[in-house]
Design a protein around this ligand. Structure first.
Ligand code: FDA
Length: 306
């Protein structure tokens, strides 16, 4: 089921069929407050009132037109301004293929630097998402270049890839901010652990590495991007055992997923930052959310019948 859904995430015909159905809009709302930036900002305000800072991301990937990538860059600049006007603790997260990476590396780097530079003027912070394994080398390369110029930039690493422990070690001298996730794409066993237990176990060992002093100096809070509360519990226990204050790290979770756990963690004294997505290009992203928990497909079917 997971592989079929991830295959479907790249199928244009399926996307066209799904998007035309009215129930699809209703189903997607579970994970996304709306398609426009205003809906995402309003949701960020509501979460702020409940003690949760946020990250906003405009959906879209693998853009095939550099002008469109320039448009996305301008969207982020406008978004950063609106975040600052509303005095939100809201960062932004971008995908390099949304900034033109498939078309021209230099242009994508330029777009990234423009966004990170503007974020710096507002005292804000930018995350670079990690896409499928064919993009890891180039993402690391552009991240290193941008990070050398701007400190307010963090990177997502995926625990399902065999290579990630070595990548993390090579990044540590930069003292970068890292968001650790399990990984959302359909990867072959030649590059990624096929078994969930191995992905989870590498997640924990990478988390332990991140909590060590040399990985943390000078960085903003580490981001553990997962809804796996068992792992979060183990990470907290370890942090406590080594005397690390709770504000040295945070859990990052997706809007609409395990809301009651998000609230519970906040009540227990942990910072939880919620990532809110918006934009019209939601299909591949939504299919990845279904693949993470195939039981979500039953929810879509129920929505179809309503
Ligand atoms: P796991 O899949 O083990 O889930 C733990 C529990 O959470 C499940 O038992 C289930 O109850 C619940 N759950 C998880 N996903 C759910 C869903 N979709 N619907 C309902 N319940 C669900 N990936 C990537 O490749 N590149 C990236 O840049 C990012 N960025 C990113 C940022 C943030 C803030 C988050 C939270 C996640 C990402 N991801 C990502 C996605 C990530 O790789 C992963 O696919 C999801 O977080 C799901 O894995 P979990 O760590 O939650 O664990």
């Amino acid at each position: 089921m997971r592989s079929a859904l991830l295959w479907g995430s790249r199928n244009k015909w399926l996307e066209d069929q799904f998007r035309r159905r009215r129930f699809a809009q209703r189903a997607v709302q579970r994970f996304m407050p709306g398609e426009d930036a205003e809906a995402a900002l309003t949701a960020a305000e509501a979460l702020k009132a409940r003690g949760m800072p946020t990250i906003l991301t405009e959906l879209g990937e693998n853009l095939t037109d550099l002008q469109a990538a320039g448009g996305v860059t301008r969207d982020y600049l406008a978004l950063l301004e609106r975040i600052s006007q509303r005095k939100l603790d809201t960062q932004v997260s971008i995908k390099l293929t949304q900034l033109g990476l498939d078309l021209n590396r230099d242009a994508a780097l330029e777009n990234l630097l423009t966004i990170v530079g503007r974020a710096g003027e507002y005292g804000n912070f930018v995350w670079v998402d990690m896409e499928d394994s064919s993009y890891v080398d180039v993402t690391l390369e552009l991240f290193r270049k941008a990070r050398a110029e701007r400190p307010n930039l963090g990177l997502c690493l995926q625990s399902y890839l065999y290579r990630t422990a070595a990548d993390l070690e090579s990044l540590i001298p930069l003292q970068p901010a890292i968001r650790l996730v399990k990984g959302a794409y359909n990867e072959p066993p030649s590059v990624a652990y096929p078994k969930k237990a191995d992905v989870d176990s590498q997640y924990l060992s990478l988390a332990m590495r991140l909590l060590k002093g040399d990985a943390r100096q000078g960085t903003p809070p580490l981001g553990f991007g997962t809804h796996d509360v068992r792992l979060i519990g183990l990470i907290r226990q370890h942090a406590e055992a080594i005397g690390l204050a709770q504000d040295g790290f945070e859990a990052q979770m997706l809007y609409g997923i395990r809301r009651e756990e998000q609230e519970r963690l906040v009540r227990s004294g942990m910072q939880v930052r919620v990532l809110i997505s918006f934009g019209a290009a939601w299909f591949p992203w939504y299919m990845r959310r279904l693949a993470e928990r195939p039981a979500n497909v039953w929810f879509v079917m129920k929505t179809m019948l309503q």
